[in-house]
Design a protein around this ligand. Structure first.
Ligand code: P6P
Length: 341
């Protein structure tokens, strides 16, 4: 779509449909899929916003595939996005953080679906009870297997470069949906008075330089020497440029990423003693955010290669993550490879 025709305040569904013309193969299926994600996001948002008032807070005593305590809102969000994606009829199956195996939508409508979705229904859930922003992250691929059949694992183990859509919802001081389909990154803010996501950030670009670094400093001792040297660089003013970075870390990936997208900065979750392959998951955290940041002019790397070039071997595999403003990610990778002692 000619972005000049997009006006601030334009509702998400209208924007999606108008952009549909950008895609040779789009005959409305991707538009319908994204619209259904928006519907589920509004429902999850309603529950997140009143989590403190109803008995939906807290731990349900179940450990998920990641070995993390499932929170009630995690389970609710997972069910809402599964329901919405099954109902849209364009998705034949999903991989979700909350479910060990892929979920095939085994009904006539969905079996013919053209897409698969990888999703973290509610990322940062440990922050739910303390009212810190949390988020949903999703990634959309075209299926490889024959339409009409159940999807198989190969439909899901595609590199991030094969994504056709990627996005996140942040449930924060306001609720926003940010996504890309390869024609830039666009942000929509939920207007509760009309229950619509409305265009608020058109063609988001991450500042090439940034003054924020986001890392769990408690892991400093177990980082590789190059990472420790990069963090030391961030902590002290650059002797030449005198740039002095600011540390910001919420423990909620979507919140830290979104702030850096708008202000500039780097988020890093390197390998640690406890998570030797990093903590964050490739398929439904790192790949979608990597495409979004690259579309916005930033970089996303695992310390050696672009995140989106990693060939997946498991739907829940983890990866180290360095993501954000180009200059800071390049600097981090430089330290990682040249300051190892
Ligand atoms: P740590 C939340 O559990 C999460 O997956 C991301 O949202 C967040 O960036 C990260 O883990 C925080 O991990 O080890 O710093 O608490």
């Amino acid at each position: 779509m000619n972005m000049s025709k997009a006006y601030l305040g334009m509702p998400l569904n209208e924007f999606i449909i108008r952009c549909q013309a950008d895609f040779d193969y789009a005959t409305g299926e991707l538009s319908r899929l994204l619209s259904h994600i928006g519907i589920a996001a509004k429902i999850v948002n309603r529950e997140v916003n009143k989590a403190g008032l109803v008995d939906i807070l807290g731990d349900i005593g179940i450990i998920n595939t990641q070995g993390e305590h499932q929170q009630k809102l995690d389970v609710f969000a997972d069910s809402q996005f599964i329901q919405a994606l099954r109902a849209c009829g364009e998705v034949c199956g999903i991989a979700s953080e909350e479910n060990n195996e892929i979920i095939s939508f085994d009904n006539d409508l969905s079996r013919d679906g053209k897409y698969i979705v990888c999703i973290d229904p509610l990322d940062g859930s440990s922050n739910i009870d303390v009212n810190v922003s949390i988020g949903t992250i999703f990634s959309v691929y075209k299926r490889i297997s024959t339409r009409g059949q159940k999807p198989n694992i190969d439909d899901f183990l595609q590199p991030g470069t094969a994504q056709v859509a990627a996005g996140y919802i942040i449930y924060g001081s306001s609720t926003m949906m940010v996504y890309t389909t390869g024609s830039g990154v666009h942000g929509f803010t939920l207007d509760p008075s009309i229950g619509e996501f409305c265009l608020s950030h058109s063609k988001i670009k991450i500042p090439a330089d940034g003054s924020i670094y986001s890392v769990n400093d408690g892991n400093y001792h177990s980082f590789a020497k190059g990472v420790q040297h990069f963090i030391d660089y961030c902590r002290f003013p650059d002797p030449v440029s005198k740039i002095n970075l600011t540390a910001r870390y919420t423990g909620s990936l979507v919140a830290d990423f979104h702030r850096n997208m708008l202000r500039g900065g780097i988020f890093l979750y390197p390998a640690t003693d406890k998570n030797i392959n990093g903590k964050l998951r490739l398929m439904y955290e790192c790949n979608p955010l990597a495409w979004i940041v690259e579309e916005a002019g930033g970089l996303a790397n695992n310390g050696n290669i672009r995140i989106m070039e990693i060939k997946p071997t498991s739907i829940h595999q983890r990866t180290p993550l360095f993501i954000g403003s180009q200059s800071l990610v390049e600097k981090a990778i430089y330290f990682l490879h040249n300051k190892q002692s």
